[in-house]
Write a protein that binds this ligand. Structure first.
Ligand SMILES: Cc1cc2nc3c(=O)[nH]c(=O)nc-3n(C[C@H](O)[C@H](O)[C@H](O)COP(=O)(O)OP(=O)(O)OC[C@H]3O[C@@H](n4cnc5c(N)ncnc54)[C@H](O)[C@@H]3O)c2cc1C
Length: 351
């Protein structure tokens, strides 16, 4: 009978949080293993293929260290010619999400991280070492686990929404709102909660007008947030309205939306817009944990110590969007990944 392998640290997840924690754990000689997720149709549909959410996007303009624009003058004065090669994948062009993720993965591998392209389907944190069960079968044991499985944006599930993802349809205004395709254009935000209102007001920085589409007759957002949207001359709220179809073509991407009504006899409306932002919540990827770690009321993992990545089970740490219902950015995920890598190292050193 083959023995169950015992790992120092298993990292579950392959976004910025997973790879950053792997870089720290590998450099601390912990010989980490990353389960980066499985390449399955189910994961493709859920947006949880390996390399995380950034693999689903194009340009990433706000991850520090990857400037876009004309770098010629800067490079001439700041970097000797011998170092220019380092800029190759992104020099002058910024960086795309898939490139950034490949670079992070490679950096983790360079320091000795082992990568397994499979999901962790189930865990048992009731005993130490912890037991983990990959989708493809078998079992492994770990002295320490870092959960970095992210949170998936919720989508309406329209075929047209899927067709125009990254070509005018987005689930992140802070990430994509400043892109040239949205500047001085009319945009749509779908949702009625705090984050929808926040996204709508954020987008008014760039858009000529923002249409907030909400299926109820009043916003779910807190009173103060709702009032901010109502008072904003650039935000037009469409109550009792539903997004039925994203309109567009292959050349331009999104060119409009078709709205339905939740009110009898309300009819349909068409709006000419250049972008559609979904703000109908996120679902943290925690189902495989089967309730073994404490979550908040929204289902996100809870850090039990101030400014530490400790979860409710000693020796299990959480990093990135799976434990963050507030910032949800690549750089904050990478930052907490660093913290989890260091927390794991200290846990293993001191027990
Ligand atoms: C379209 C889009 C554009 C974005 N653009 C930007 C941007 O420009 N700038 C920015 O800062 N942020 C952006 N974001 C947000 C950013 O992508 C996230 O904040 C960041 O990726 C979170 O990183 P993470 O490591 O926590 O998890 P994720 O990136 O979500 O990665 C988690 C990954 O873990 C793996 N996984 C999940 N469950 C399991 C399991 N059971 N077993 C094994 N593996 C598993 C999956 O492969 C999953 O994709 C964007 C998000 C989206 C959706």
């Amino acid at each position: 009978m083959s023995e169950t392998p015992l790992e120092n640290v298993v990292i579950i997840g392959s976004g910025p949080a997973g790879w950053s924690s792997a870089i720290y754990a590998a450099r601390a000689q912990l010989n980490p293993v990353v389960y980066e997720g499985a390449i399955t149709e189910e994961n493709r549909m859920a947006g949880t293929l390996p390399l995380g959410q950034l693999a689903l996007t194009s340009e990433v303009e706000n991850f520090a260290g990857f400037p876009a624009g004309n770098l010629g003058g800067y490079l001439d004065s700041a970097l000797p010619a011998s170092r220019r090669g380092m800029m190759a994948p992104h020099g002058g062009e910024g960086v795309t999400g898939p490139e950034l993720m490949e670079l992070m993965r490679q950096q983790a591998v360079n320091f000795g991280t082992r990568v397994i392209t499979d999901d962790i389907a189930r865990v048992d944190f009731s005993q130490r070492p912890f037991r983990l069960f990959p989708s493809e079968g078998g079992e492994l044991q770990a002295k320490c686990v870092i959960v970095a499985t992210g949170a998936s944006a919720n989508w309406l599930g329209l075929e047209s929404e899927h067709r125009f993802k990254n070509r005018g349809v987005s689930a992140c205004a802070v990430c994509d709102g400043a892109l040239p395709r949205f500047r001085n254009q009319e945009l749509v935000v779908v949702g009625g909660g705090d984050s929808a209102v926040e996204e709508a007001t954020y987008l008014t920085k760039f858009a000529s007008r923002v249409h907030l589409i909400h299926r109820r007759d009043e916003l779910r957002a807190s009173k103060i947030m709702a009032q901010r949207a109502i008072d904003d001359p650039k935000v037009m709220i469409h109550f009792n309205a539903t997004l039925e179809e994203v309109l567009g073509d292959d050349a331009k991407g999104v060119t409009g939306v078709r709205l339905g009504s939740t009110v009898a006899g309300g009819g349909e409306t068409t709006l000419e817009v250049a972008g559609v932002f979904l703000a109908i919540g996120h679902t943290p990827n925690t189902a495989f944990l089967n309730g073994q770690l404490e979550t908040n009321e929204k289902g996100y993992l809870v850090w039990k110590k101030h400014f530490r990545t400790n979860t409710s089970v000693e020796g299990v740490f959480a990093a990135g969007d799976v434990a963050d219902d507030y910032y949800r950015q690549a750089i904050s995920a990478a930052g907490t990944g660093c913290m989890a890598g260091l927390d794991a190292e200290r846990f293993l050193a001191h027990g």
